[in-house]
Design a protein around this ligand. Structure first.
Ligand code: GZL
Length: 363
């Protein structure tokens, strides 16, 4: 057999041995190629797969950053991040990929509440604990996740309704006081037809339908609104928590209704779009405008808008949930007890205080 054929055969057999060895390598060392992290994942790091629902808003970016800042290599973690781009199908694929990679923990920020049982059962069968972040899932079997970290969206919606109650009372008492002092004052709640004009016309920009934030904020606000027969909710439509969709829906509202008193916008990004629509229609909103604006999230740019008087009040939804997630994983590692459901603290910010209250905020 000539020398050349011998060399080819030797090379072939050596190649076979290399491939066979590689395919027997444990999955973890394959994570280096699959993880979005460039550095190698050494075995004593806690490997966490994180399926974030998207990057639709400033709030979401702050939420992602909070997790990434908490689950660092220095803190003993190796984070595999995936952006679900607002699609549950993508997020389910993420979870299956994390199971295949044999991660130690899975974090999911679920885009919507239903349809998670099957894939969470697969994670449980693989022995991988799941933590729900930010929004909630709707399931009969609460053992499918070990913990959830987020905010109380129903309370946020109710707070918005209570703020509007307070605001209208202050306006009314201002009007009554004016009447007492000057009965011939121009200010009146009666229009020329003698109709009682304290009907409050409200439009709502809702977040992603069937998301915990949309469900909770809508229900919370409606439970207050229903107590006031003069509060008239003209419309509520999905703005998907994005600036573009928020602007599009607000433009529709402005074309359809010529007497909007209140805008309730379920996140700041939709509010930013709505304010653009209002201004393009030649109208004014906020503290000195006809349309009063109630927003949610309280991200940094919303403080700019409150300082400019364009947003009346912002109900905070605190995205800084990373430290709590890290704490829970530490407890799981040590076999220590922890609260299954945790809510992070949040506040309410009014335009008049925005300039002062924004200091020392990190998002
Ligand atoms: C609220 C969160 C919402 C924010 C939006 O917890 O799920 O999703 O309010 C974000 O900004 O898009």
């Amino acid at each position: 057999m000539n020398k050349k054929i011998k060399i080819i055969l030797w090379a072939f057999f050596i190649g076979l041995i290399v491939i066979a060895t590689w395919s027997l390598m444990p999955m973890k060392s394959l994570q280096n190629s699959e993880s979005e992290n460039t550095e190698d994942i050494d075995s004593d790091l806690i490997v966490v797969g994180f399926s974030q629902l998207g990057s639709e808003s400033d709030w979401r970016s702050a939420n992602t950053k909070s997790i990434q800042n908490a689950l660092t290599k220095e803190n003993g973690f190796s984070l595999i991040f995936s952006n679900g781009r607002q699609s549950q199908e993508n997020q389910i694929k993420d979870v299956r990929s994390f199971i295949f990679q044999e991660v130690d923990y899975i974090i999911i920020a679920p885009v919507t509440e239903t349809g998670w049982d099957t894939v969470l059962n697969e994670a449980r069968e693989a022995g991988i604990p799941v933590i729900i972040l930010d929004r909630m899932i709707d399931t009969e079997d609460e053992s499918l996740y070990v913990a959830s970290v987020g905010t109380d969206k129903y309370a946020e919606g109710k707070t918005a309704g209570l703020w509007l109650e307070k605001y209208l009372k202050e306006q009314k008492s201002g009007y009554d006081a004016l009447q007492e002092n000057d009965p011939f004052s121009e200010v009146t709640l009666q229009d020329e037809s003698g109709q009682n004009t304290d009907i409050i016309n409200i439009v709502v920009l809702e977040g992603t339908l069937n998301s915990t934030a949309q469900i909770g904020r809508s229900k919370g606000f409606e439970d207050i609104a229903v107590l006031h027969e003069n509060w008239n909710i003209l419309a509520f439509e999905n703005g998907d928590f994005t600036k573009a969709k928020g602007k599009e829906v607000m433009l529709k509202y402005l074309q359809k209704f010529d007497d909007i008193d209140i805008l309730v916008s379920q996140n700041d990004d939709m509010t930013f779009g709505a304010i653009e629509a209002i201004q393009e229609a030649g109208l004014k909103c906020g503290v000195n405008g006809k349309i009063k604006v109630i927003s949610f999230d309280a991200v940094s740019k919303a403080f700019d808008m409150m300082e400019a008087g364009l947003i009346n009040v912002d109900i905070e939804c605190n995205p800084l949930q990373g430290p709590r997630i890290a704490q829970i994983i530490e407890c799981l590692e040590k076999g220590e007890a922890f609260e299954k459901i945790s809510y992070v603290k949040e506040q309410v910010f009014e335009a008049k205080d925005a300039g002062i209250e924004r200091f020392a905020r990190s998002y």
